[in-house]
Design a protein around this ligand. Structure first.
Ligand code: PLP
Length: 355
């Protein structure tokens, strides 16, 4: 990869919106901080990285992203401890993943030094927006769009990389009810399911809205061929606890390789909990529910950390999952939050302090 040496230029916002934000009553993804990071790809290279006031942008209607959805994104968080130190959680994973997503959509890789220098410059400027305390965080949204004004159906020659930031409280706090996919699919073999491509999410909205009409918040997607293997939820990987053992699907070109998922697999090993990474069938989980061995199902992802699932429906049959005393979901959530907020030892070196 080429070495990029341009300095990040900074234009500070003249005013701050922070006084207008009610941090005790945040809706996820609605409020944005005072600044954003932008960098453009032109003439075969990323150039002119800068942090500027958060603002609207204008592009020609012919910009390729509007026509062919050449767009990828990431989701990560910054946390603050009670001493005011700011941390990222395994950010290299997100950096690597956005470039993996870009490669799948024929988009250019973004340089690592720009990613981290841009992000850290932004976080220093918008430091006041990161509130301390478990449950508070600043959600970070790096993304790349094809900006070239040309509508032939081919990869663009111009792109914009950006990072915007939104203060967040952990959301999906209450348990979710899910529908198991029987007809629709979020991804196909050889498709873009493993990329964080914008279109993957658009494709889920319609089936998810049908699920919501039936009283379910999310769908657990199954393999597109047979709809017999449980894969992942809308923005979460999924874990099943049968007796005291965890099971989660292996990643594939249909499943996003989640940072939370891989952290839980490691934490399970640390805690002496068996975690099988293997295909898991709908039938197996239904049977486990019927014979009482299914103790928990939970989703795992950056936004919600861990979301317990309280019920699932398949073939019009509803399965309720009673709360358990020694919940793994609670244990993993607490362990992860403690690491993220600098409240416990970080033996795997997952925290990265923003200095
Ligand atoms: C489809 C999908 N699966 C899983 C996840 C969880 O990934 P992570 O733990 O890296 O946030 C996400 C969220 O990024 C997602 O969009």
């Amino acid at each position: 990869m080429a070495i990029h040496t341009d300095k990040i230029s900074v234009e500070k916002s003249k005013t701050s919106k922070i006084r207008n934000v009610d941090f005790s009553n945040l809706t996820f993804g609605r409020e944005f901080t005072d600044h954003m990071f932008v960098c453009d790809y032109e003439d075969g290279k990323w150039q002119n990285p800068k942090v500027i006031p958060y603002q609207a942008m204008s592009y020609e209607p012919s910009a390729r992203v509007f026509h062919y959805g050449q767009a990828v994104f990431e989701g990560m968080k910054a946390y603050k401890d009670d001493d005011g130190k700011v941390f990222l959680f395994r950010p290299k994973q997100n950096f690597d993943r956005i470039n993996k997503s870009s490669a799948r959509l024929a988009m250019p890789a973004f340089p690592e030094n720009y990613f981290f220098e841009g992000l850290e410059t932004l976080l220093k400027l918008d430091n006041e927006w990161i509130k301390p305390g478990v449950g508070n965080s600043l959600y970070l949204r790096p993304f790349v769009i094809a900006t070239e004004p040309a509508i032939s159906a081919s990869p663009a020659n111009m792109y914009r990389f950006m990072i915007i930031c939104s203060p967040a409280k952990s959301y999906y706090n209450s348990a979710v009810r899910v529908l198991i996919a029987e007809h629709f699919s979020r991804s196909a073999n050889g498709g873009v399911g493993a990329a964080k491509a914008a279109g993957n999410y658009a494709a889920q909205f319609y089936p998810t809205s049908l699920a919501q009409q039936k009283g379910f918040q999310q769908i657990i997607w199954t393999d597109a061929d047979t709809h017999t293997f449980l894969e992942e939820a809308g923005t979460m990987n999924v874990f099943f606890r049968v007796n005291d053992k965890l099971i989660t699907a292996p990643t594939s070109d249909r499943i996003l390789d989640g940072v939370t998922r891989k952290s839980i697999i490691q934490l399970a090993e640390d805690l002496g909990i068996t975690c099988e990474v293997r295909q898991v069938t709908v039938e197996e989980i239904k049977n486990a529910s019927k014979d009482g061995s299914l103790k928990e199902i939970f989703g795992a992802g950056t936004a919600a950390v861990i979301s317990p699932i309280s019920a699932f429906e398949h073939h019009e049959e509803l399965f309720e999952i009673a709360e358990v005393e020694d919940s793994y979901a609670k244990k993993f959530k607490q362990t992860l939050l403690n690491i993220q907020h600098n409240l416990s030892e970080d033996k795997h070196g997952w925290r990265r302090e923003v200095k």
